[in-house]
Design a binder for this molecule. Structure first.
Ligand code: AMP
Ligand code: ZN
Length: 142
């Protein structure tokens, strides 16, 4: 895609610090380095977000996540955890609209990355939870 910054990184027309690439994916350092070693995995095929993966592309791209995660962890003994983050849609903090997965090494509770899950469980009956689960299940593809 012409005006996509990640397609330009794949094409080599803008620079990146490459970690790994093969026929299907590119892995490179995120310019922000939210924590040291912050890395991005992208498919070479331009797709906007998770909703556009078919099974074949998912197999080629997503199955490499554990290999990348292990390599990052082994690269620095100070890494004690890893957040894998995938933002889909502007409301979900996506700012580059070429699908990507963040690997954010974690060093301490006070490092530069934070994520909050608000506990709203008190607002949900088990009937309401079951209704939500049924709706999701009903929409699964074969
Ligand atoms: P998101 O907000 O989930 O769409 O993440 C986009 C990420 O792309 C951000 O963490 C940016 O720091 C990163 N990014 C943007 N431009 C570049 C670039 N030229 N090289 C490396 N990372 C980039
Ligand atoms: Zn692209």
């Amino acid at each position: 895609m012409n005006d996509c910054i990640f397609c330009k990184i794949i094409a080599g027309t803008i620079p990146s610090i490459s970690v790994y690439e093969d026929d299907d994916i590119k892995v490179f350092l995120d310019i922000s380095q939210t924590t040291p070693g912050h890395t991005l995995l992208i498919p070479k095929k331009h797709i906007t977000n998770i909703f556009e993966y078919d099974e074949s592309l998912a197999q080629k791209v997503l199955t490499k996540i554990p290999m990348i995660a292990r390599a990052i962890k082994k690269s620095n003994p100070k890494i004690s955890g890893l957040n894998i983050v995938n933002n889909n849609g502007a409301i979900a903090y996506q700012s580059v609209f070429h699908s990507h997965f963040h690997f954010i090494p974690r060093f301490a509770a006070t490092d530069s990355f934070a994520m909050t899950f608000k506990d709203n469980s008190g607002e949900y009956s088990s009937a309401k939870l079951q209704e939500i689960a049924n709706l999701i299940h009903k929409n699964m593809e074969d």
